[in-house]
Design a protein around this ligand. Structure first.
Ligand code: 5GP
Ligand code: MG
Length: 181
């Protein structure tokens, strides 16, 4: 697995340190208020597990599955909710966690859906935010790291379903991407 990586962008130690800060800031933001954590699967799984274990408070965890279609084939972009039932959020404070903010469509669609379902407060947290022009105007309330506009894997993020278990964020070798085309 490691031999498929051209370059480590953010190593394990740097991620660990940043998580301490993010966890503290989130706790401060909710300042004693009860909240439910909603994880956008599967990309945010690893990040969420690590960041939530830095929050010594009773909280609930719910998951949602979405599929997004970008770019070439569907220029308008679309986010589909794949679960038969969404978590109950009416009147509740929600912390929404995703892996990466790219076009922004996912975060916008999910936040809108949660508000539609009656969430009282929605705060968002992403591990990574790509510095680029977004399709939807949005920024997360909490961001782990800002990165350039390149395709990354690891620490939850996949390429064709693989590499989510890498302990760091990296860039794949071009031959790995080309070979699977
Ligand atoms: P959006 O474009 O809606 O902001 O991001 C949608 C999803 O695209 C992210 O949750 C993530 O699953 C995927 N994505 C965007 N950029 C990358 C990337 O650089 N690497 C990987 N592995 N997934 C990405
Ligand atoms: Mg995702």
């Amino acid at each position: 697995m490691h031999q498929d990586i051209a370059r480590v962008l953010i190593d394990e130690e740097v991620i660990e340190k940043r998580l301490d800060i993010i966890a503290d800031r989130i706790l401060e933001e909710f300042s004693g208020r009860q909240f439910v954590v909603i994880v956008i699967l599967k990309g945010a799984l690893v990040f969420t597990a690590d960041v939530l274990r830095r929050m010594p408070i009773p909280l609930e965890i719910e998951c949602i599955n979405v599929a997004s279609y970008h770019g070439e084939t569907k220029s308008s972009g679309r986010v589909d909710f794949l679960d038969a039932k969404l978590p109950l959020v009416e009147g509740r404070s929600v912390l929404l966690i995703d892996d990466i903010l790219d076009t922004g469509r996912t975060l916008v669609a999910v936040e809108e859906k949660l508000r539609e379902q009656g969430a009282q407060m929605v705060k968002s947290c992403v591990l990574l935010s790509k510095d680029k022009e977004r399709a939807a105007e949005v920024e997360a309330d909490h961001v782990g790291f800002h990165i350039g506009d390149e395709f990354v894997v690891g620490y939850g993020l996949d390429y064709k379903g693989l590499y989510r278990n890498l302990p760091y964020i990296g860039i794949l070798k071009s031959e790995i991407v080309e070979a699977s085309r």
